[in-house]
Design a protein around this ligand. Structure first.
Ligand code: COI
Length: 331
């Protein structure tokens, strides 16, 4: 069995080698991402393990299939960047890693919210300038707030538990109801209800055609004044211009954003200086004391990275051996 793994970073390599040795299976690890210029590297392999945020386009998938590879295992959870029509047309079997560490993302989500509420980034900045005064940066307490969880998949539920641990009242919205949360009576029937009641809106939905820019002007208008927004999920869920308007007006008190609409090619890149970051809207957000931007790092823990690599390799092996896998994604 021959597997090629694209886009392998240095931090992933030891986990890949560990798996390869334990399984006795050779894995060709390349640092290049899968795209039109690298797709031919996969010739002669039985399956490909991939990770990237830039699109898996129809052209790339068509060429991959033409090269004889239709077993594709993503190392991450989101599949919004995969061309579904090309998957179906070419008979691809695609797997993802739905649960490499929901806790990693949930812990980061609440950490960032707490930093915002307690104004620690502002205190860090003031202290670095020798200013050890308290005012005007008086904080807010999570325990007296209502948190609205949008989507109660594994990550949403892990975040929910942490919010409850802080003593917050939690409400949730999802089309699919989790039986445990249903028992606790946490679900509201509509997003409008969640918007009307929540002091914090915590987004945990995958990006789909239907929820593109769901937090837009109309949605912000339905929220409480001074609402806090947390988005560790997908940039496309938030209309960035509408968010900037809502921050300017004070409708939104602050936002913690680990994802951004145009992050591909920007996040996980060193531009050398703040000024050189080639995105004015992102810099507008980053300059604000009440906005925390992080470059899609909620997932980035040792446990998660190890699981992403090794679970994806397991999935690919299973596809190659049996033509099916536990984590197969239906498009
Ligand atoms: C995912 O697993 O889908 C993520 O968002 C993490 C990764 C793409 C950086």
């Amino acid at each position: 069995m021959k597997i090629i793994a694209y886009g392998i970073r240095d931090d992933e390599r030891p986990y890949l080698e560990q798996w390869s040795q334990a399984q006795g299976i050779d894995v060709k690890a390349v640092s290049e991402l899968l795209d039109e210029t690298t797709v031919d590297l996969a010739k002669g392999y039985d399956g490909a393990v991939v990770y990237q945020q830039k699109p898996y386009t129809a052209a790339v998938l068509d060429q991959l299939a033409a090269n004889g590879i239709t077993n594709l295992s993503l190392r991450n959870v989101g599949v919004d960047n995969v061309d579904a029509a090309a998957v179906k047309r070419n008979g691809f079997k695609v797997t993802n890693v739905p649960a490499y560490s929901p806790a990693a993302i949930a812990e980061f989500t609440v950490t960032e919210l707490m930093r915002l509420l307690r104004r620690t980034p502002t205190f860090d900045r003031k202290q670095a300038q020798g200013d050890l005064r308290w005012a005007p940066d008086i904080a807010d307490e999570l325990n007296s707030m209502t948190v609205g969880i949008v989507a109660t998949g594994r990550i949403g539920r892990a975040a929910l538990k942490i919010y409850q641990g802080f003593g917050a009242k939690v409400i949730a919205y999802d089309v699919f109801h989790n039986p445990e949360l249903e028992k606790q009576g946490l679900y509201v029937d509509t997003l409008d209800e969640l918007y009307a009641q929540a002091d914090v809106i915590s987004l945990h939905a995958p990006a789909t055609k239907d929820n593109h820019n769901m937090l837009n002007d109309a949605a912000f208008a339905k929220m409480k004044d001074g609402v806090w927004i947390v988005n560790p999920a997908r940039g496309a869920l938030v209309d960035t211009d509408a968010l900037i308007r809502a921050l300017d007006s004070g409708k939104v008190a602050g936002a913690a954003l680990d994802v951004y609409e145009n992050e591909v090619g920007i996040f996980n890149t060193d531009f050398g200086s703040f000024d050189a970051i080639p995105d004015e809207r992102l810099k507008n957000l980053m300059r604000r004391d009440n906005v925390l931007v992080s470059p899609h790092i909620a997932f980035y823990t040792k446990t998660a990275v190890k699981n992403m690599v090794q679970y994806a390799l397991n999935n690919n092996k299973q596809l190659i051996e049996t033509g099916r896998a536990d984590n197969e994604v239906q498009f």
